[in-house]
Design a protein around this ligand. Structure first.
Ligand code: GUN
Ligand code: FE
Length: 447
């Protein structure tokens, strides 16, 4: 049995309304899970190895519920278009390049390295429709120690010639081969990824539905991102009562198929009711929705209604992999929405945004997104000492500041399921007692 503790200024979301902080507290990990947060090491655990991170912040690993790995190569570019034109002009031509394994390897190495350096421990990732490139991405993430779901994208209509799969049958066959090939991974799991209704024929959706049942896989896609798309789906799928229903009629909208739908900016009352009933997770992607002039999703309303929700960066419609930035944007956009369009829905608070980036999105993975007992031990140690201020700042305020100033902070160490996957300071081992005592730079050695 592997057991150890880490020590530092712990900060986590108890629920949507409360952040708890423990100064110089301990989190104990046993076999990849937290067995609790403590102000002092309890007597029975006194002998275990403890890494002391001194005055650093320790927060749960952040969860990115929606990101496109192949689009990372053109992040920060091509933002002057709306969604459909953006897809045709920038996105599809970029994603075509991933049939070239040399390009895919280069690009996915950069994506994985940068994700590893971020505060994100888990992500739900779109690849491209290329099976081999997607497997390679999964392998890189697995090797890096990151956890999450990765999807080979499906699209058999309304995409560029070079990207459109030859037929529904070919798309489904490739998807099944990819599912079987990804069995070798343990922390990075496959997720069915029909890009969105406009690019997936009924036949393809039916075939994916069969695969979903055969392999018990979750699904991810896009929903009600902008108004013209909703109109287009109405024409493409007249049988569906709303956009979400176009997924539901193929069994790919929650229920027995755990599902994440990105955006939900313009979901109708019926669609919202359906999401709630079916337990569909909303991936709220505020930066993407601003960049592509899509709009602002009523995230606060979803939260208050008890709809399951997390945050997504949606790179490259979002420019950055930073989940801190996603939190800041969620708060800022909700304020503009409140002020400019709908006074009945209050802005999101810092506490709510932190909840969404940790426990809210983490729930898609089970007990993920907290450091409390029973949760998987995903933790991030952050050095914010370069954010200079004359003022004494509480741990809670340091977390709040980080949401807006994360570019000035450094991720010092990161743990996923109890395994340390980054260590930027190569801390010194200073003692031995069944394991190791490691001291934080500015702190006393644990005794
Ligand atoms: N809808 C379908 N594909 C995409 C995509 O790649 N990004 C965004 N933002 N919306 C989409
Ligand atoms: Fe997206």
């Amino acid at each position: 049995m592997e057991r150890f503790a880490i020590r530092g200024n712990i900060c986590y979301s108890e629920n949507q309304k409360s952040i708890r902080t423990i100064e110089h507290g301990y989190v104990i990990c046993e076999d990849g899970k937290s067995i609790g947060i403590f102000e002092e090491l309890p007597e029975q655990w006194k002998g275990i190895s403890c890494r002391d991170y001194g005055d650093r912040l320790i927060i749960p690993g952040l969860v990115d519920l929606h990101v496109h790995a192949p689009q990372y190569s053109f992040r920060g570019l091509g933002m002057d278009l709306e969604r459909i034109d953006w897809l045709n002009t920038h996105t599809f031509p970029e994603e075509e390049k991933y049939q070239d394994s040399g390009y895919a390897k280069k690009a996915y190495t950069i994506f994985t390295e940068d994700l590893l350096r971020s505060a994100t421990t888990r992500a739900c990732v779109f690849g491209t429709c290329h099976k081999d490139a997607t497997l390679w991405l999964m392998e890189q993430m697995e090797k890096a120690g990151l956890a999450g779901y990765v999807g080979k994208v499906n699209m058999d209509r309304n995409s560029s010639q070079g990207l459109c799969e030859k037929s529904a049958e070919v798309s489904a066959e490739d998807t099944e081969a990819w599912i079987l090939a990804s069995e070798k991974f343990s922390n990075v799991r496959p997720i069915l990824t029909p890009r969105f209704i406009p690019t997936c024929s009924d036949e393809l959706m039916e075939r994916l539905s069969k695969l979903q049942k055969r392999y018990g896989l979750p699904a991810q896609s896009h929903l009600s991102e902008n108004l013209s798309e909703i109109e287009w789906v109405r024409e493409l799928q007249p049988k569906a009562s709303c956009y979400g229903d176009a997924y539901r009629i193929h069994g790919l909208f929650g229920g027995d198929c755990p599902t994440i739908m990105a955006h939900c900016v313009y979901s109708s009352e019926e669609e919202i009711r359906m999401m709630k009933e079916q337990g569909v997770f909303v991936a709220h992607c505020p930066e993407s929705n601003a960049n592509l002039s899509s709009g602002i999703a009523p995230a606060k309303r979803y939260l208050e209604m008890g709809i399951k929700m997390g945050l997504g960066t949606d790179v490259a419609a979002g420019s950055s992999l930073s989940m801190f930035r996603a939190m800041a944007m969620a708060i800022q956009c909700s304020k503009l929405r409140w002020r400019l369009t709908d006074q009945s829905i209050k802005p999101l608070t810092v506490t709510e945004a932190f909840y969404l980036a940790t426990k809210g999105g983490g729930e898609f993975f089970g007990a993920v997104g907290s450091l409390e007992a029973g949760y998987e031990f995903d933790a991030v140690v952050i050095d914010d000492s370069k954010i200079r201020s004359a003022r004494e700042v509480s741990v809670r305020d340091r977390l709040e500041r980080l949401i807006y100033l994360d570019q000035d902070a450094e991720i010092e160490a990161k743990y996923v399921k109890g395994k340390q996957i980054t260590d930027n300071r190569q801390r010194k081992t200073v003692g031995d007692n069944n394991g190791k005592y490691v001291s934080g730079e500015n702190s006393a050695v644990s005794e």
